[in-house]
Design a protein around this ligand. Structure first.
Ligand code: AMP
Length: 397
């Protein structure tokens, strides 16, 4: 069975065709700069040169057409006909309260995605357009929507509610939803497998640290708490997102600088975080290099990131009633031994003891704690595409 996984970002689209017999990747690609001059598709298959087409692509529908052209291309294609693809799995950002599992796309599901554009204005429109383009170009092929929010729907009300007047929850469904759900879900299956324990028998903290970052406290396979909220802005300091600030900062700045809600959103989402503090870059590799060379604000941005990760980690260990492991994932979590070291530093008193030698790994599964560490520390590279493909397969089988 071949499953196509589509992940539409605000101006980009990633895709991957998977053979579910052995869960291998047949080919994958990326469409960049959708709706911006310079749109292009890069189609990659192991063992052959990349196929690159630069053509104007106004929207995600245009982009999907180029994806299907590449998949069936005479020379670079990986299927003879689109009939070979059994189903399509779509990553969708916001599914609100009604969707706690991946679902086959129906008119009702599309209405829910549309209804949550208010909370995911950068992603839900592209996600929806990607689904509608597939429906149009390959009619009758099952489309499955896998929501970033879904895995977090197990949080109890006293965790997901905000302490603001209850009527706003009733009126607008304002509450914590959480994101990176597909990544945390993948880790929630893979980590117990690696440890050789039943997922119902363990509690752990999943640390997804990347351009966007979130932690999830996972109790017996279910999310108990997570650091992102109504939108992916809450929680940790991120590449360009502020994460938590006193809400008064927002109203004060809007008044002082005469900012519209949209301008304020732009500042908090795109000009803050590590980029805003360092004034240099949102990329943690650049920041580590700059801090190493004495760039003070890069060092400050990194220190702020570390203390925030520690803050959530400590809180989640306290919330979990016993924590068996912590798992680092995401671009930073999988690759940066420095950041893993700084997060775990001086946490021996709560049972977290990193082995410096074992920590010298990049991008592969590894146990990196000492023999004595009560809480095991792991690196587990995430695989959101595989999770989406598995969910799609199980729904359409
Ligand atoms: P992601 O959003 O999960 O793709 O992660 C992207 C982030 O991971 C960027 O900030 C990268 O700089 C960071 N990253 C990737 N490799 C490394 C590394 N070796 N050291 C530090 N950060 C890294």
């Amino acid at each position: 069975m071949k499953i196509l996984v589509i992940n539409c970002g605000s101006s980009s689209l990633k895709y991957q065709l998977m053979d579910m017999e052995d869960e291998s990747i047949i080919g994958k690609g990326l469409v960049e700069r959708i709706g911006i001059p310079g749109s292009r598709i890069i189609h990659k298959v192991d063992g052959q040169e990349d196929y690159v087409v630069e053509e104007p692509m106004e929207n995600h529908k245009d982009a999907i057409k180029y994806v299907f052209d590449a998949l069936t291309h005479e020379k670079y294609g990986i299927v003879k006909s689109l009939d070979e693809i059994t189903g399509i799995g779509h990553r969708v950002l916001h599914g609100g309260e009604k969707l706690s599992e991946p679902v086959i796309v129906t008119e009702e599901v599309k209405e829910i995605i549309r209804d949550h554009i208010k909370f995911g204005p950068l992603h839900n429109p592209g996600n929806l357009m990607g689904i509608e383009a597939c429906e149009e170009i390959v009619p009758g092929k099952p489309n499955v929507a896998v929501f970033d929010t879904a895995f977090h729907q197990t949080m109890p009300d006293y965790v997901y509610m905000y302490p603001i007047p209850y009527e706003y929850y009733k009126k607008y469904a304002i509450r914590k939803y959480g994101f990176h759900g597909t990544s945390h879900k993948y880790i929630s299956y893979r980590l117990p497998e690696i440890m050789g324990v039943d997922r119902e028998d363990m509690n752990f903290v999943s640390l997804h640290l990347g351009n966007g970052s979130s932690l999830a406290a996972i109790r017996k396979g279910k999310v108990f708490d997570t650091s992102m909220g109504l939108t992916p802005l809450e929680g940790l300091e991120m590449g360009t997102r502020s994460g938590n600030v006193d809400p008064t900062v927002v109203t004060f700045l809007m008044e002082q600088e005469n900012l519209t809600p949209q301008q304020m959103n732009e500042i908090l989402n795109k000009k803050s975080g590590a980029l805003g503090v360092s004034g240099l870059s949102s990329d943690f590799r650049d920041l580590e290099d700059a801090a190493h060379e004495g760039h003070e604000r890069a060092e400050l941005a990194l220190d702020m990131f570390i203390i925030r990760v520690k803050r959530f980690l400590g809180a989640y260990i306290a919330e979990l009633d016993g924590c068996d492991a912590i798992a680092f994932t995401g671009g930073i979590g999988e690759n940066s031994k420095t950041i893993r070291h700084l997060v775990c530093k001086n946490l021996e008193h709560i049972g977290i003891e990193l082995d410096q030698e074992k920590n010298d790994v990049r991008g592969k599964e590894a146990l990196i704690s000492t023999e004595n560490s009560k809480v095991k520390i792991y690196v587990v590279p995430t695989n959101e595409e595989l999770m989406i493909a598995r969910d799609t397969k199980s729904l359409i089988s």
